[in-house]
Write a protein that binds this ligand. Structure first.
Ligand code: UGA
Length: 487
């Protein structure tokens, strides 16, 4: 390939590893750096530490020719023309981002700069971080003409990260130098020119040679703000629709219909308007807090974001109350739980609303059989299997003999269950769905009592054949009576 660049990516987490695999996929020579020796060894041996569609294929395709793994940051720095920093920026006690890993990596990089390099922030960082990186490198004695610092935020979602990278809506590049901007243009040229999509082995997605992604050049500060503001705005959308959902429940409307109607307005758009049990994951909770902190530091009150966070906490509490309203008491109840990951398509349980709800239910004395297609191993590390919680092999095993089934993660396979089999498995055919995967009417017709978010409860009538078989009609009646009583 002409214009093949040697790129180092520091940090082999979700962002770093995906970016590294994708840089190799678009033709560059990639050195992946991580200070965790065992991770590096496993990656060298063909291991893939995260569950991400296409990642294994890309790593297999490019290892060891175009992508190598090392813990030697100094050697990688000497080799590379561009060094992407993709290390963690966890939340500190104040809500701000803890930048100590970025700081440590920048100092280490500085010690090996002997010719011109571009240091690129890929981690989500607050505005001004590029200035700090520049200062750290200068303090370590590197002449200003030997480096530039750029910001190139990533907008990939877990579960679809590879496709999001290669078929991105836009590539944001923040630089304050023409030379750095030119190098970034060269790195992304296979995507922006469309040449990557002409390759018959390219990862499929919505981009084609005729509709290649644009590259947006802005200042480094603007790029840093674009990342934080994008995540914060998406979180606003989710909390907004969750409150609308609660209003829908109060007045007897269906939030899916309302979201559909709102989303048809081009200015609003249909995405991120799915009501549920609140947002989670390693990004939104941390980034909303960090962006609020950035505003505070500028003397600006971003009360909107505090409200978004409050609504998100409240949404989980409301769902928990909904479960209580269906079960009356918790102690001794047997529940099936579908979903532990913070969303479908990933094994990530960081800040997962599902985990929080499971922990609350266990504390209340319920016993749980849980199933998740990818996240059970990770969950068992923080909630070990015990008399109260078992991890089972499929959705029907989770439902077997249970007082109710809870859906907590939007895995596609949970939206395609064999309802007759599910009905036969459950002791009482009650489904409480925190992700609105089914139509209430459809489940009611099949003999279920179905509670979801922002829609009316569907109560199986005593007359339906399935419910009359197991005395469930009485259960629905009790639920209706109790709801009426609560009102
Ligand atoms: C998010 C952003 O979507 C990415 O653009 C960004 O790059 C990434 O954070 C990051 O900063 O690294 P991710 O955390 O993988 O990506 O997950 P999302 O798909 O955005 O979902 C976040 C949470 O919001 C999940 O818990 C999901 O279930 C919830 N959600 C999402 C809703 O409750 N409703 C929706 O309509 C959409």
């Amino acid at each position: 390939m002409k214009n093949r660049i040697c790129v180092a990516v520091v940090g082999s987490g979700y962002v770093g590893l995906v970016a590294a695999a994708c840089f190799a996929e678009i033709g560059h020579l990639v050195i992946c750096v991580d200070n965790d020796e065992s991770k590096v060894a496993s990656l060298r041996d063909g291991g893939v530490p995260i569950h991400e569609e296409y990642l294994r294929e890309l790593l297999d395709r490019h290892r060891p020719g175009s992508i190598t793994f090392t813990s030697d940051l100094r050697a990688a720095t000497r080799e590379a023309d561009a060094i992407f920093i993709a290390v963690g920026t966890p939340q500190s006690g104040t809500g701000s981002a803890d930048l100590s890993y970025v700081d440590a990596v920048a100092s280490e990089i500085a010690r090996s700069i002997d010719r011109y390099k571009v240091i690129v922030e890929k981690s989500t960082v607050p505005v001004y971080t590029n200035e700090w990186i520049r200062r750290v490198i200068e303090r370590n004695g590197v002449p200003r003409e030997l480096f530039d610092v750029a910001s190139n935020p990533e907008f990939l979602r877990e579960g679809t990260a590879v496709v999001d990278f290669l078929h991105t809506d836009r590539i944001v590049v923040g630089t304050d130098s023409v030379r750095a901007a030119a190098l970034m243009d060269t790195i992304y040229e296979p995507l922006t020119s469309g040449s990557y999509y002409e390759n018959e082995n390219s990862v499929p997605g919505h981009r084609t040679a005729a509709s290649s992604p644009p590259i947006v050049h802005v200042s480094t500060k603007a790029a840093e703000l674009i990342k934080h503001a994008s995540n914060a705005f998406l979180a606003v959308k989710i909390s907004f629709i969750n409150v609308v959902a609660n209003i829908c429940e109060a007045v007897g409307a269906d939030v899916k219909q309302v979201a559909h109607g709102i989303g048809m307005d081009d200015r609003i758009g249909p995405k991120f308007l799915q009501a549920g049990i609140g947002y989670g994951g390693s990004c939104f909770p941390k980034d909303v807090a960090a962006f609020r902190y950035v505003a505070e530091q500028c003397g600006i009150s971003f009360g909107l974001l505090s409200e978004v966070e409050k609504i998100n906490v409240e949404q989980k509490r409301r769902f928990f109350q909904k479960v209580r309203s269906a079960l009356w008491t918790f102690r001794g109840k047997k529940l099936g739980v579908l979903g532990l990951a913070f969303k479908g398509g990933t094994d990530d349980i960081r800040d997962s609303p599902a985990i929080e709800i499971v922990q609350l239910l266990l504390r209340e004395g319920c016993s749980i059989d849980a199933f998740d297609p990818a996240a059970m191993e990770r969950t068992a590390e923080i909630i070990p299997a015990s008399d109260s919680i078992h991890y089972v092999d499929d959705a029907y095993a989770a439902a077997q003999g249970k007082d109710a089934l809870l859906i907590l993660t939007d895995w596609q396979e949970f939206a395609e269950l064999d309802l007759e089999r599910l009905h036969q498995s459950l002791r009482y055919p009650i489904v409480i769905d925190g992700r609105n995967l089914y139509s209430p009417e459809h489940l009611r017709e099949r003999g279920f009592t179905y509670l979801s978010v922002g829609r009316q409860d569907a109560l199986a009538s005593p007359g339906t054949p399935a419910s009359s078989q197991n005395g469930f009609g009485q259960e629905a009646g009790i639920l209706m009576l109790r709801r009426a009583h609560e009102a």
